[in-house]
Design a protein. Structure first.
Length: 481
């Protein structure tokens, strides 16, 4: 990506001084603002992508020990969310496993759609109004924070509308030219500007009016925009976005952004690197049966992958943590509307690392989500009318399996047909994480329901079980009732 020229504004005016302070948010709160805190309504939706109960349990065991509790475990309300997905060709029929596009669309719009769709309806391809759009129209500030590209399926479903999640930037909008192999070359046809569509997801974000958007995805903003001589980042700047691309830029924004500035933070070319990786970059591996065992499953032996520790990922150096992005987003949104705000925070690589069979990457992302949740809860202590929901969009492949096998005493080699990572935990025990949805380089999602947690604001409002589109209703009711 070329370096966008960042428009810097100095905080000189007395009026601006209070807005430019780096002091803690609530320290600046004026008497008026304190009075209005009771009337302000905020929604913070935290999505762990792929964070089903297997992922949570694996992370809990590693981060807190088998008897420990995560912060999300200590929230006063725990419900469950049933994922709904429709068949695109026969929209009234269900499909039992989702992707992030349709599941995020359920939460963003209250309408169940088909896989791959970004806030558009199954079959008829109609734009669906999102909670972020409703909030913005009604005077709330709106923000998105993610460790994925900001154009990725989960964030995009709140702030864009396309028939396919693949329509992330202008280059892939041109059929048959630069489309990635996995993307149907006609998938973005209806959304092309020349066909009267809204253009790529990055273009829609650049021309949109959401206040704070932070995450990865620089590469989707550097191409020349559709039907324009300007890059997508230039369109964003012309539309009032301050673009920041590193830690320092983020700190500058924190100290100097004016309320009329919109903020677009793009901190990596694509998905932001995870904080942890497997030892020496290893992920789960396949057990190796002996020749005799390959001839007869009752004979011979099997060699399991060697154990490993989780280690720091060197690529994470200099990358903002999800907590830092969350803190700055909350502070900036709080300044921008006396009415309150809607903020979606996504820890994306619980899912992405599970596709890659890397439990250390996923565990580190759950830890990042926990830190962001701590920030949200701290804010809610001072803004009590803040509904915090923590959930996942869909299930993922990782399974916690016995180490050693429960059938070890029978005396025959028993092992997974999939890939397994045997992680040494801080309790010095083996945590055996299995991936076996397929033999393809990328694992698949699974169709389990996922947890839905809430802070005390959700008590009496969040039922014991919801379908995923009902999460939209919960958020809408909080902001508008
Ligand atoms: Zn996924």
């Amino acid at each position: 990506m070329h370096s966008p020229s960042i428009k810097r504004r100095l905080c000189v005016a007395a009026i601006a001084a209070s807005l430019c302070s780096v002091a803690p948010l609530m320290a600046q709160q004026s008497e008026d603002a304190e009075q209005s805190a009771e009337q302000r309504k905020n929604v913070i939706l935290i999505i762990g992508d792929g964070m089903d109960d297997q992922q949570i349990t694996i992370a809990r065991n590693y981060l807190k020990g088998a008897r420990g509790k995560l912060l999300m475990d200590q929230l006063p309300l725990r419900s469950v969310s049933q994922i709904l997905t429709q068949d695109d060709e026969a929209p009234s029929k269900p499909v039992y496993v989702a992707d992030s596009a349709n599941s995020a669309t359920s939460m963003a719009t209250g309408i169940s759609t088909s896989r791959g769709r970004i806030a558009t309806s199954a079959g008829e391809n109609r734009d669906l109004v999102t909670i972020a759009e409703l909030a913005k129209q009604a005077g709330y500030a709106t923000g998105i924070v993610t460790t994925a590209s900001v154009t990725d399926a989960t964030p995009a479903s709140f702030i864009a509308h396309t028939a396919s999640r693949g329509c992330e930037n202008p280059n892939v909008m041109k059929p048959f030219e630069d489309s990635p192999r996995w993307l149907d070359p006609t998938a973005c046809e209806a959304d092309r500007v020349t066909n009267g569509g809204p253009g790529s997801i990055s273009r829609q974000i650049a021309l949109g009016n959401h206040d704070v958007i932070l995450g990865g995805g620089q590469k989707h903003f550097s191409p020349i925009a559709e039907e324009s001589k300007k890059s997508v980042s230039e369109l964003a700047q012309n539309n009032g976005y301050r673009i920041v691309t590193d830690q320092q830029g983020l700190l500058d924004v924190q100290s100097s952004a004016l309320v009329e500035d919109k903020i677009l933070g793009l901190f990596s070319p694509s998905t932001m690197p995870t904080q942890w990786q497997g030892e020496d970059g290893r992920s789960a591996e396949k057990p190796e049966p002996s020749l005799l065992n390959m001839i007869d499953w009752r004979l011979g032996s099997v060699e399991l992958p060697s154990t490993m520790i989780c280690e720091d990922n060197p690529s994470f150096d200099g990358i903002p943590r999800l907590k830092q992005m969350t803190d700055i987003a909350i502070e900036q949104l709080w300044k921008r509307s006396q009415q309150g705000f809607f903020l979606m925070i996504e820890s994306a690589s619980i899912d992405k690392q599970s596709h890659k069979r890397n439990p250390c990457g996923s565990i580190g992302e759950v830890e990042q989500l926990e830190e962001a949740l701590a920030s949200a809860l701290k804010f809610a202590e001072q803004e009590p009318n803040t509904l915090i929901l923590v959930t996942a969009d869909h299930g993922q492949a990782a399974q916690l399996i016995p180490a050693p096998s429960m059938f070890k005493s029978i005396g025959v080699p028993v092992y997974t047909p999939g890939h397994v990572a045997r992680i040494i935990t801080p309790e010095n025990q083996v945590l055996s994480v299995n991936y076996a949805t397929n033999d393809f380089p990328s694992e698949e999602h699974t169709g389990t329901n996922v947890p839905l947690f809430s802070n005390d604001v959700g008590l009496g409002k969040v039922p014991p079980m919801v379908t995923q589109p009902e999460i939209f209703e919960l958020m809408k009711n909080h902001l508008f009732d």
